[in-house]
Design a binder for this molecule. Structure first.
Ligand code: PHE
Length: 340
């Protein structure tokens, strides 16, 4: 084997073992680079007899071309492999399910509160929020419930002292509004209230919304019209109201208001205990004593008031049977109210 063949075979063998472009490049320099083994042959030309030089030179150049071509072919193969590897590494599995960011939602009590507020705001009511810790005067006396009045038993109140207490209803909001505003008055007073009561339908802390309208000639008809419109917005257009006589010291006459059951529409079911009706709030015409105590002339003005429990409305609307589920913060329960 002459030197040409030896070099050719050696290069071919070594190229076979190469597995990266970098190695291949180093090898290429070793053979056909400026000081590579094949290039070195040309430097030996001076020792070659003059008449053989041109054929020797041609042989070297042919070998250089041949080996370079093998390098090029190998380079193409390596590049293709490397590209395929890269594709494999960077492949995206488009069949994987997407990542969905968790979005919170309003608590059902806030949802219902907002719906109630929206309904009344549309009828021209403003919002007034009173304090949760209040005095005996605002919670009872100014509402025509003197000390030792038996009606105090209706509200199992938490007292801090004889005079300071956790408000058992939002009705003190009526008094504060009347003291500070001249009629006409149209307010809604939402907030937390507290009573010593705890079972499946009572919670020691719950939420009420008080409504008060004071103007000339406000009557029970206005109360009926207002509440009829409210229940149609809150439940559906078919929902009807029914007034039953009741008693509250701060309203005269007083009523309890029922709505046709939103589940059976009046036929009778387990939600309405077979009656077709569900009680939703207490209301009435503001007692003249209450108007006078807050500085409103009861010969000129009259008023209507109502108080509803937000939990109660939420339970009716969403078919919740135990009030305590509204306060347990069970995420599975709360997520049901995500309206997305
Ligand atoms: N304050 C009463 C209650 O908590 C509800 C009510 C409000 C009744 C306004 C009549 C008028 O039971």
């Amino acid at each position: 084997m002459d030197i040409f063949e030896q070099l050719r075979e050696k290069a071919k063998e070594e190229i076979k073992t190469v597995s990266s472009s970098k190695e291949l490049n180093d090898l290429k320099v070793k053979y056909v680079g400026k000081s590579g083994e094949i290039t070195a042959l040309l430097r030996g030309m001076k020792d070659i007899p003059a008449e053989e030089r041109s054929s020797f030179g041609k042989k070297v150049n042919d070998l250089k071309d041949e080996v370079s071509t093998i390098f090029d072919e190998k380079e193409n193969v390596l590049k293709e492999n490397e590209l395929n590897e890269k594709y494999k590494r960077e492949a995206i599995d488009i069949t994987l399910p997407g990542k969905c960011p968790e979005v919170g939602n309003l608590h059902p009590l806030n949802l219902v509160k907002n719906q109630i507020i929206d309904a009344f705001m549309g009828m021209g009511f403003n919002i007034f929020e009173g304090p949760e810790i209040d005095t005996d005067y605002y919670c009872f006396q100014a509402l025509n419930i003197p000390k030792d009045h038996p009606a105090r038993d209706m509200q199992d109140t938490f007292y801090f002292t004889d005079n300071i207490l956790l408000r058992p209803h939002t009705s003190p909001g009526q008094v504060r509004t009347m003291e500070n505003n001249k009629p006409p008055i149209k307010i809604l007073s939402p907030g937390r209230v507290y009573r010593a009561d705890d079972d499946a339908s009572h919670s020691p802390m719950f939420h009420q919304i008080e409504g008060l309208v004071i103007d000339k000639n406000v009557s029970l008809c206005d109360l009926k019209g207002l509440l009829d419109e409210f229940v149609r917005i809150m439940f559906d257009r078919e929902t009807k109201t029914r007034f039953r006589p009741s008693y509250f010291p701060f309203t005269e006459p007083s009523v309890e208001v029922d709505v046709t059951c939103c589940k059976c529409h009046g036929k009778g079911c387990n939600l309405c205990k077979g009656t077709g009706w569900i009680e939703i709030l207490g209301a009435g015409i503001v007692n003249k004593n209450v108007l006078e105590m807050s500085g409103i002339d009861s010969n000129v003005y009259s008023g209507l008031a109502f108080g509803l429990g937000i939990e109660r409305i939420a339970m009716i609307k969403y078919g919740i049977s135990d009030i305590r589920t509204l306060f347990e913060n069970n995420v599975k329960f709360l997520k049901q109210f995500n309206r997305r």
